[in-house]
Design a protein around this ligand. Structure first.
Ligand code: HEC
Length: 157
Protein backbone atom coordinates (compact mmCIF):
# COMPACT_ATOMS: atom_id res chain seq x y z
CA UNK A 1 0.00 0.00 0.00
CA UNK A 2 2.75 2.39 0.99
CA UNK A 3 4.68 1.35 -2.05
CA UNK A 4 1.68 2.15 -4.30
CA UNK A 5 1.35 5.58 -2.74
CA UNK A 6 5.03 6.24 -3.28
CA UNK A 7 4.68 5.32 -6.94
CA UNK A 8 1.65 7.57 -7.37
CA UNK A 9 3.42 10.44 -5.66
CA UNK A 10 6.40 9.87 -7.90
CA UNK A 11 4.22 9.88 -11.00
CA UNK A 12 2.43 13.03 -9.87
CA UNK A 13 5.76 14.75 -9.32
CA UNK A 14 7.03 13.77 -12.74
CA UNK A 15 3.79 14.93 -14.33
CA UNK A 16 4.00 18.20 -12.41
CA UNK A 17 7.51 18.85 -13.60
CA UNK A 18 6.63 17.88 -17.15
CA UNK A 19 3.80 20.44 -17.31
CA UNK A 20 5.62 23.17 -15.37
CA UNK A 21 8.84 23.18 -17.40
CA UNK A 22 7.49 24.27 -20.82
CA UNK A 23 5.39 27.01 -19.19
CA UNK A 24 8.46 28.44 -17.45
CA UNK A 25 10.43 28.35 -20.69
CA UNK A 26 7.65 30.02 -22.62
CA UNK A 27 7.47 32.78 -20.03
CA UNK A 28 11.17 33.55 -20.20
CA UNK A 29 10.96 33.64 -24.00
CA UNK A 30 7.98 35.98 -23.76
CA UNK A 31 9.80 38.23 -21.30
CA UNK A 32 12.80 38.34 -23.62
CA UNK A 33 10.64 39.26 -26.60
CA UNK A 34 8.84 42.01 -24.65
CA UNK A 35 12.14 43.47 -23.43
CA UNK A 36 13.60 43.45 -26.94
CA UNK A 37 10.41 45.06 -28.28
CA UNK A 38 10.59 47.91 -25.77
CA UNK A 39 14.27 48.47 -26.61
CA UNK A 40 13.38 48.62 -30.30
CA UNK A 41 10.60 51.14 -29.68
CA UNK A 42 13.02 53.25 -27.62
CA UNK A 43 15.13 53.39 -30.77
CA UNK A 44 12.09 54.36 -32.84
CA UNK A 45 11.36 57.14 -30.34
CA UNK A 46 14.97 58.36 -30.24
CA UNK A 47 15.27 58.32 -34.04
CA UNK A 48 12.03 60.25 -34.52
CA UNK A 49 13.11 62.79 -31.89
CA UNK A 50 16.50 63.25 -33.58
CA UNK A 51 14.73 63.93 -36.88
CA UNK A 52 12.35 66.45 -35.32
CA UNK A 53 15.17 68.20 -33.43
CA UNK A 54 17.19 68.54 -36.63
CA UNK A 55 14.17 69.80 -38.57
CA UNK A 56 13.55 72.43 -35.89
CA UNK A 57 16.91 74.04 -36.72
CA UNK A 58 17.05 77.02 -39.07
CA UNK A 59 18.75 74.97 -41.76
CA UNK A 60 18.58 71.24 -41.07
CA UNK A 61 21.55 69.15 -42.18
CA UNK A 62 20.28 66.93 -45.03
CA UNK A 63 22.82 64.23 -44.12
CA UNK A 64 21.38 63.94 -40.61
CA UNK A 65 17.82 63.85 -41.97
CA UNK A 66 18.72 61.21 -44.56
CA UNK A 67 20.40 58.99 -41.99
CA UNK A 68 17.45 59.34 -39.63
CA UNK A 69 14.96 58.62 -42.41
CA UNK A 70 16.79 55.46 -43.42
CA UNK A 71 17.05 54.26 -39.85
CA UNK A 72 13.35 54.92 -39.13
CA UNK A 73 12.23 53.18 -42.32
CA UNK A 74 14.46 50.20 -41.49
CA UNK A 75 12.94 49.95 -38.02
CA UNK A 76 9.43 50.18 -39.50
CA UNK A 77 10.23 47.20 -41.77
CA UNK A 78 11.35 45.18 -38.75
CA UNK A 79 8.42 46.15 -36.53
CA UNK A 80 6.14 43.16 -37.34
CA UNK A 81 8.84 40.80 -36.05
CA UNK A 82 8.78 42.46 -32.61
CA UNK A 83 5.39 40.96 -31.76
CA UNK A 84 5.76 37.16 -31.63
CA UNK A 85 2.52 35.48 -30.59
CA UNK A 86 2.51 34.77 -26.86
CA UNK A 87 4.65 37.81 -25.90
CA UNK A 88 1.71 39.84 -24.60
CA UNK A 89 0.41 40.54 -21.10
CA UNK A 90 -1.27 37.10 -20.98
CA UNK A 91 2.22 35.62 -20.59
CA UNK A 92 2.63 37.60 -17.36
CA UNK A 93 5.24 39.93 -18.84
CA UNK A 94 5.39 43.68 -18.35
CA UNK A 95 4.30 45.18 -21.64
CA UNK A 96 2.42 48.14 -23.01
CA UNK A 97 1.15 46.08 -25.94
CA UNK A 98 -2.61 45.55 -25.79
CA UNK A 99 -4.03 42.06 -26.52
CA UNK A 100 -5.60 43.59 -29.65
CA UNK A 101 -2.20 43.38 -31.36
CA UNK A 102 -2.87 39.65 -31.69
CA UNK A 103 -6.66 39.34 -31.42
CA UNK A 104 -7.17 42.04 -34.08
CA UNK A 105 -4.22 40.98 -36.23
CA UNK A 106 -5.72 42.46 -39.42
CA UNK A 107 -6.22 45.86 -37.80
CA UNK A 108 -2.74 45.81 -36.36
CA UNK A 109 -1.26 44.84 -39.74
CA UNK A 110 -3.09 47.80 -41.28
CA UNK A 111 -1.58 50.16 -38.66
CA UNK A 112 1.86 48.72 -39.44
CA UNK A 113 1.36 49.20 -43.18
CA UNK A 114 0.17 52.77 -42.65
CA UNK A 115 3.29 53.53 -40.64
CA UNK A 116 5.58 51.88 -43.20
CA UNK A 117 3.93 53.93 -45.94
CA UNK A 118 4.75 57.15 -44.08
CA UNK A 119 8.35 56.16 -43.27
CA UNK A 120 8.90 55.15 -46.92
CA UNK A 121 7.53 58.48 -48.13
CA UNK A 122 9.65 60.35 -45.63
CA UNK A 123 12.76 58.49 -46.77
CA UNK A 124 12.00 59.28 -50.42
CA UNK A 125 11.66 63.00 -49.67
CA UNK A 126 14.81 63.01 -47.53
CA UNK A 127 16.86 61.15 -50.16
CA UNK A 128 15.66 63.62 -52.80
CA UNK A 129 17.08 66.34 -50.55
CA UNK A 130 13.76 68.15 -50.34
CA UNK A 131 13.97 69.33 -46.74
CA UNK A 132 10.80 71.43 -46.92
CA UNK A 133 8.69 68.55 -48.19
CA UNK A 134 10.33 66.20 -45.67
CA UNK A 135 9.52 68.63 -42.90
CA UNK A 136 5.91 68.65 -44.06
CA UNK A 137 5.85 64.87 -43.77
CA UNK A 138 6.73 64.89 -40.05
CA UNK A 139 3.12 65.41 -39.03
CA UNK A 140 1.95 62.38 -41.05
CA UNK A 141 4.73 60.33 -39.47
CA UNK A 142 3.71 61.33 -35.97
CA UNK A 143 0.09 60.64 -36.88
CA UNK A 144 0.98 57.06 -37.81
CA UNK A 145 2.63 56.53 -34.41
CA UNK A 146 -0.49 57.88 -32.73
CA UNK A 147 -2.93 55.83 -34.82
CA UNK A 148 -1.26 52.64 -33.64
CA UNK A 149 -0.69 53.75 -30.04
CA UNK A 150 -4.31 54.83 -29.62
CA UNK A 151 -5.53 51.36 -30.50
CA UNK A 152 -2.77 48.96 -29.57
CA UNK A 153 -0.72 50.50 -26.78
CA UNK A 154 -1.73 50.83 -23.13
CA UNK A 155 -1.86 54.57 -22.34
CA UNK A 156 1.09 55.77 -20.29
CA UNK A 157 0.28 56.61 -16.69
C1 HEC B 1 1.96 49.49 -35.47
C2 HEC B 1 1.97 49.99 -34.12
C3 HEC B 1 2.92 51.03 -33.65
C4 HEC B 1 3.49 52.05 -34.37
C5 HEC B 1 3.29 52.42 -35.83
C6 HEC B 1 4.33 52.78 -33.45
N1 HEC B 1 4.28 52.19 -32.21
FE1 HEC B 1 5.28 52.81 -30.58
N2 HEC B 1 4.57 51.21 -29.53
C7 HEC B 1 3.64 50.33 -29.99
C8 HEC B 1 3.34 49.37 -28.95
C9 HEC B 1 2.35 48.23 -29.04
C10 HEC B 1 4.14 49.70 -27.86
C11 HEC B 1 4.24 48.96 -26.50
C12 HEC B 1 5.36 47.94 -26.58
C13 HEC B 1 5.53 47.13 -25.29
O1 HEC B 1 5.52 47.75 -24.20
O2 HEC B 1 5.67 45.90 -25.39
C14 HEC B 1 4.91 50.88 -28.26
C15 HEC B 1 5.83 51.53 -27.45
C16 HEC B 1 6.51 52.68 -27.79
C17 HEC B 1 7.44 53.37 -26.92
C18 HEC B 1 7.80 52.97 -25.48
C19 HEC B 1 9.00 52.05 -25.45
C20 HEC B 1 9.37 51.70 -24.01
O3 HEC B 1 10.27 52.37 -23.46
O4 HEC B 1 8.74 50.80 -23.42
C21 HEC B 1 7.88 54.47 -27.60
C22 HEC B 1 8.88 55.51 -27.11
C23 HEC B 1 7.24 54.45 -28.90
N3 HEC B 1 6.42 53.34 -28.98
C24 HEC B 1 7.44 55.40 -29.86
C25 HEC B 1 6.88 55.35 -31.14
C26 HEC B 1 7.07 56.37 -32.15
C27 HEC B 1 7.84 57.67 -31.94
C28 HEC B 1 6.43 55.93 -33.26
C29 HEC B 1 6.34 56.59 -34.61
C30 HEC B 1 7.54 57.19 -35.18
C31 HEC B 1 5.82 54.64 -32.93
N4 HEC B 1 6.10 54.34 -31.63
C32 HEC B 1 5.06 53.90 -33.81
C33 HEC B 1 3.06 50.31 -31.23
C34 HEC B 1 3.41 51.14 -32.29
Amino acid sequence: MNKMRAIWTGLALVAGIATAAPAALAQSAAAKAATARKENFKQVGATFKAIRDEMAKGSPDPAVIKAGAQKLNGLARQLPGWFPRGSGAEAGVKTGAKPGVWTDAAGFAAAVRGFQGETTRFQQLAMAGDMDAAKGQIRALGGACKTCHDKYRVPET
